[in-house]
Design a protein around this ligand. Structure first.
Ligand code: GDP
Ligand code: MG
Length: 686
């Protein structure tokens, strides 16, 4: 138990690292802007609409008017250095957020009073809860909030497994929220645009509301503090310092999640938020403890983000978890050399400023750590520290096939792709040996679009993109005995090979098997492997245009010529046997069917079921999602081709919160119009 107010000691000191997280469009980038302006890191607060924020300054972010990657900005607030990490809220870029979580002291979860965004908020809070990261909710856009004060917790609590406590209540001027009462300070404030709020007397209705709200805040705190509980029962007013101590220790212990509010766009409520961070959030000492870092002299750092700039320079944004490091420090990753630091920088978005060595707790960029990747644990010295945490990216859900527009860029593309993955491990690259496609797997449409934009903007490779091929196959429905004869007599040496093949269909997923049934040496033994090779070669491309599977071929008869027969000739004979035989075997298309599991908020389950049925899905059933109130799991079998852009529709049916995984299940025969179209398209492409 925390208890008694002195459980966690005084306020943390030293440099902090705080992530701004939350649903898409909740105002994180705007809040960062307000914080930077408030702390004089920038002269004036820019806006997302105006396209002049520190957060969304990359070419891709400006272009799409949304955050598409992590922004790092360091500022000074009341004498302490604070690095804020503005994380993209879109689920497609969520790995940028997840990757920083291990190294932060606390998260500010920016949210709105909007029912539709609750599932997304829930997803983010889950992640923070699971990783035991202290978090403060900042209810933004309070200028537009329609829900009454009393609705705040009713609406938000279902998203949080940790008890929320309302730290502030709004005050009104008519219908408009004009300020707030801080329940711990017991002080009323009136918002001033882009300036500190003004203290006003706490009186009238506000004073009554404050009493009730404060009491319920204290009641929640008392759940983990027996002394406070007794004071409340005996109607004793707890001293203000005691309340602050409890707020601090219970936040750090993960017993509560305080809720503050404001309007980032006008910098309202921002100073209070900064003060809450200053007084209540933990610092590097607690964070290192959370991560199990053994305090030593050796420098230890965690890579929050990797960036390859257009000019070829590489930057690793790190948080120092132990010791200090600067120019010339050589680092190891968990399993390799990371490189030697050549330049230490302070970051404010796109602006970099050269600085001295980085001390414990600071968040800086190191230049030239050639092999460091996002998520790596870096150690100076001879003995590499084990990886502190490895956050596996979510499995990718959408793919595109890409190629360099110009052949000469092929090698450059290869290099650029490996840098892309180093920066963003939620991208996977798969080479399809059958189709020679390079397939880029990612977290959604925008994610893949931004990835290809980066390939051209940052790495200078223009890209062409296509829908990746589906792994169709074909098989046969009936058998045949077919002769394959290759005979050429064109002066000099001729060519002669002659085989008889017994071709038979086999059950699904038996692949291909070959059998030698030659008796009496009618085909000499040394030529038989060549016959098999010829067959295998022909099966790569069946009569419908796809690889042929699930058949058995026996070599039953044949003949040879003492002079003209050769490996080559028998190879060709084997090929001819297949090419001439298969069209008579009722070839049929096979399509891959996957087992799909969709996770969605319950209110979307019916929509999801309809969506799956509409895409030739066979629903296997649905269940409540274990450990997740208000969520379901839908299971279905579905053709691969229908899964192609499934994520786009799942997200639109679930306000971005739903997701799915899939796993190959079986190949199924496909006939009729759909099959005809696929075969025709294949022919047209050849
Ligand atoms: N009314 C109002 N709008 C805001 C506020 N904060 C942000 N916005 C707007 O909300 C939208 C999303 O903001 P942004 O900071 O990009 O959200 P992010 O996706 O969380 O980074 C933008 O159009 C902002 O101008 C606020 O406090 N009040
Ligand atoms: Mg943003």
């Amino acid at each position: 138990m925390a208890a008694n107010g002195n459980g966690n000691g005084a306020r943390a000191t030293g440099p902090r690292c705080v992530a701004l997280v939350g649903p898409f469009q909740s105002g994180k980038t705007t809040l960062l802007e307000a914080i930077l302006a408030r702390t004089a890191a920038i002269p004036r607060q820019g806006g997302v609409e105006a396209g002049n924020t520190v957060g969304d300054a990359s070419k891709e972010a400006r272009h799409h008017k949304m955050s598409v990657e992590l922004t790092v900005a360091t500022t000074t607030c009341m004498g302490d250095a604070y690095t804020f990490l503005d994380s993209p809220g879109s689920v497609e870029f969520v790995h940028d957020m997840r990757a920083v979580l291990p190294a932060i002291d606390a998260a500010v979860v920016v949210c709105e009073l909007d029912e539709k965004k609750i599932p997304q908020l829930q997803l983010i809070l889950r992640e923070l809860e699971d990783r035991k990261i202290p978090r403060i909710l900042f209810v933004n856009k309070i200028d537009k909030a329609e829900a009454g004060v009393h609705d705040v917790l009713t609406m938000l609590q279902p998203a949080s497994r940790t008890k929320l406590i309302l730290r502030q209540i709004p005050t009104f001027n008519g219908d408009i929220i004009s300020g707030f009462v801080d329940l711990a300070l017991e002080r009323a404030f009136v918002y001033k645009e882009h300036a500190a709020s003004e203290v006003v007397p706490l009186e009238g209705d506000a004073a009554d509301l404050e009493k009730t709200a404060r009491f319920s805040m204290l009641e929640t705190l008392a759940d983990h503090d027996d002394v406070l509980m007794e004071q409340l029962l005996e109607d004793i007013q707890p001293p203000r310092d005691k309340v602050f101590d409890d707020l601090r220790s219970e936040l750090r212990e993960g017993f509560v999640c305080p809720v503050l509010m404001g309007t980032a766009a006008r910098a309202n409520g921002v100073l209070r938020l900064l003060k809450a961070l200053r007084h209540e959030s933990p610092g590097i000492v607690e964070t290192a403890k959370r991560l199990g870092v053994k305090a030593g002299n050796e420098a230890l750092a965690y890579v929050l983000k990797t960036l390859n700039t257009a000019h070829g320079g590489k930057m690793s944004v790190v948080r120092m978890l132990a010791g200090q490091a600067g120019d010339g420090t050589t680092f190891l990753t968990e399993d390799d050399e990371a490189g030697r630091v050549a330049g230490v920088f302070k970051l404010v978005g796109q602006t970099t400023e050269k600085r001295g060595p980085a001390a414990l707790g600071e968040t800086v960029a190191f230049a030239k750590l050639d092999k460091a990747k996002t998520g790596d644990t870096l150690t100076a010295g001879k003995q590499a520290h084990a990886a502190l945490v490895k956050i596996a990216p979510y499995p990718p859900v959408l793919a595109i096939a890409i190629s360099a527009k110009e052949r000469k860029d092929d090698v450059k593309l290869g290099l650029a792709l490996s840098k892309l993955v180093e920066e963003d491990p939620s991208i996977t690259i798969v080479h399809n040996p059958e189709t020679h496609e390079v397939v880029l797997w990612g977290q959604g449409e925008m994610h893949l679009r931004v990835a290809t934009e980066r390939l051209s903007d940052r790495f200078g490779v223009a890209i062409e993109r296509r829908t990746p091929s589906v792994g169709y196959r074909e098989t046969i429905r009936k058998g045949i005995v077919q002769r394959g004869r290759h005979k050429k007599q064109s002066g000099g040496h001729g060519q002669y090979g002659d085989v008889v093949l017994d071709i038979k269909p086999m059950p699904r997923s038996s692949g291909f098997s070959f059998e030698d049934k030659i008796a009496g040496g009618v085909v000499p033994r040394n030529y038989i492997p060549s016959v098999e090779e010829g067959i295998i070669d022909a099966l790569k491309h069946g009569p419908l245009g796809f690889p042929v599977v699930d058949l058995h071929v026996a070599l039953v008869d044949g003949s040879y010529h003492t002079v003209d027969s050769s490996d080559m000739a028998f190879r060709t004979a084997g090929r001819i046997g297949i090419v001439e035989g298969l069209p008579q075997c009722q070839p049929v298309l096979l399509e891959p069917i996957h087992l799909v599991e969709i996770l969605c908020p319950t209110e979307a389950t019916a929509k999801i079921n309809a969506l799956m049925s509409g895409r030739r899905g066979q629903i296997l059933g649905f269940d409540t999602r274990e450990g997740w109130d208000g969520w379901d799991v839908v299971r279905a079998k579905m053709p691969e081709v229908e899964i192609g852009d499934l994520i786009v529709e799942i997200r639109s049916a679930t306000a971005g919160a739903g997701t799915f995984t899939f796993k190959f299940d079986h190949m199924a025969e496909l006939t009729g119009r759909t099959a005809d179209q696929i075969i025709a398209a294949r022919r047209a492409a050849e």
